[in-house]
Design a binder for this molecule. Structure first.
Ligand code: XMP
Length: 515
């Protein structure tokens, strides 16, 4: 394991991902982690992340000074390097000129940390402070036009510092540097592989669950599907997979999901048909938040009833991923047992969580994984690409893509239009170009003409966006011909629709969904 101590950088997680890409396991821990705690983990190397502070600020985060004596190789990145220099007796001062953006790295010592890193390679900088005096025993490995100490090393103690950010994509030589640190300096073996993960998590699930029963709510996404597969492999019939069909999924999706699990994976699924209940729960409701609230509430009710009917269960399987664990460290822990407990089924259901008497203990086999790692595992166990690469799909599903009142008729229309959108996108091989691409139904009617007939029907909005994380998004510049094909097919094939419009609003100010 390589431990990353986080000093508040927005890139700490990214460093962990980069390390894992070299097939070496890494974890992000707080900068408060003591040398004693680190010893227990027995890391092969430690990376100090960057951070927003200046080392000479009164409140600047410092590490346990004993860490320098562990004898473990350490790489300080940006703030991490400055901290190393300051704590070991060097000097850091506010630079006359900060350095932000791309910089050309001029290499003074092309061995060790910088082996195979090209002289003049681009590295990405973001700092206002600079190292002006190195601690004893350190040497300069590289500099840039504005930064004399861009990479430094104490070869004997295996302490390294870089002023730039090797983890970001703009740093061309960054990967080579990280590989040098991980393989040559820390002497790690590439053992963090998908197969090893599957094997290990099956062992861990068995050890944890014993002969107890586990309930899992399948949603159709890659997380819950992968989870189901791992658990079934580990504990077989002690697992109950439940799929609550709210009636708001896309065309044929529920049937395909259940069929995939039962026929291909031979994992039994309790298919709970609750379409009518959900439709009744939001009958006449037009306010988006009220819809979400009622759907969330109904979900809890159905979940509660069904888990009582099928139970009792000791554990609830939850598809928590590593980023949630980093962000919510120490929350939701039962003070008595120290176990994580379920307070929410899924945050997007926006409800207070499960009733008190229904509190399960959790099994969370994916909690060490990043999303892209879940996809790799999913793929390795044979999940089809349509699940592995599925675009984000909101918990309340099509109910929030029909503006205003949701009716069975409107759901049917939207499902048909959405199917055409997906078919045409797949035909063009464009599915992975979008963060999300979908259809929205507006509850208004406009006039059209088909043949000699005047029509008066719903418009469909096409919403295709690109995004990194869903927080901001840009509307996708798709070819006109493609839009024309989709539009023509929808108007010709979907009864009740006579107009198709394309949404050219970015987020912000628009949101991705229309409700
Ligand atoms: P917005 O519309 O806020 O969406 O730009 C950002 C991302 O969140 C998804 N989204 C939801 N997901 N339940 C969910 O599980 C919801 O109620 C919900 N609303 C929006 C949306 O699809 C996009 O990926």
């Amino acid at each position: 394991i390589i431990v990353i101590l986080d000093f508040g950088s927005q890139y700490s997680e990214l460093i962990a991902r980069r390390i894992r890409e070299t097939q070496v396991y890494s974890e992000v821990l707080s900068y408060r982690t003591t040398a004693e705690q680190l010893k227990q983990l027995n890391p092969k190397g430690i990376i100090f992340s960057g951070g927003p502070s200046s080392v000479y600020d009164k409140k600047a985060p410092h590490c346990d000074p004993e860490i320098w004596n562990l004898g473990v190789p350490i790489l300080g990145v940006c703030y991490g390097m400055q901290l190393m220099v300051q704590q070991l007796g060097g000097e850091v001062t506010s630079a006359d000129r900060g350095e932000y953006g791309k910089a050309s790295l001029l290499i003074d010592d092309p061995t060790d940390l910088l082996t195979n890193v090209e002289d003049g390679t681009t590295m990405w900088m973001s700092h206002g402070d600079s190292v002006t005096k190195m601690p004893e025993g350190f040497e300069v490995l590289a500099h840039t036009a504005n930064t004399p100490c861009a990479a430094i090393a104490h070869h004997e103690k295996k302490l390294y510092g870089v002023q730039f950010h090797p983890e970001v994509v703009h740093s061309i030589g960054g990967i080579a540097l990280i590989r040098n640190f991980v393989y040559h300096i820390c002497d790690c073996e590439p053992t963090w592989t998908t197969a090893a993960f599957v094997e290990q998590s099956i062992r861990e699930i068995r050890a944890k669950v014993g002969d107890k029963r586990v309930l899992l709510a399948l949603s159709g996404g890659v997380d819950s599907s992968t989870l189901a597969f791992l658990l079934y492999k580990a504990i077989g019939d002690q697992l109950t997979c439940m799929f609550i069909d709210q009636g708001f999924m896309r065309k044929e999706e529920p049937e395909r999901l259940v069929k995939l699990f039962q026929e291909q994976f031979h994992i039994p699924v309790e298919h709970v048909q609750a379409r009518e209940r959900f439709l009744n729960a939001i009958a006449g409701v037009t306010d988006p938040e009220e819809k979400r609230r009622r759907i969330g509430h109904e979900f809890i009710s159905v979940f509660e009833e069904e888990s009582k009917r099928l139970g009792p269960f000791d554990y609830l399987a939850q598809g928590t991923l590593y980023p949630d664990v980093i962000e919510s460290a120490d929350t939701n822990v039962d003070p008595k047992s120290g176990e994580r407990v379920a307070v929410k089924i899924k945050s997007h259901h926006n409800v207070g969580g499960l009733p008190k008497d229904l509190r399960f203990k959790l099994v969370e086999p994916l909690r060490k994984l990043f999303k892209d790692e879940v996809r790799k595992v999913g793929r390795s166990i044979g999940l089809p690409e349509e699940i592995v690469q599925r675009q984000p799909f909101p918990g309340p599903g099509l109910a929030i893509r029909i503006l205003g009142e949701v009716t069975a008729e409107r759901l049917e229309i939207l499902r048909d239009a959405d199917l055409i959108v997906r078919q045409e996108i797949n035909r063009q091989g464009m599915y992975n170009q979008f963060w999300q691409a979908f259809a929205v139904l507006l509850p208004i009617r406009s006039v059209g003409v088909m043949g000699d007939q005047r029509t008066y029907a719903y418009p469909i909005v096409l919403r295709f966006v690109s995004s990194e994380d869903g927080m901001t998004a840009d509307w996708a510049r798709v070819p006109y011909d493609f839009l024309e094909t989709v539009s023509t097919r929808i108007v010709n094939e979907v009864r009740g629709v006579n107009r198709v419009v394309y949404d050219i609003t970015s987020k912000p100010p628009g949101t991705i969904e229309w409700e």
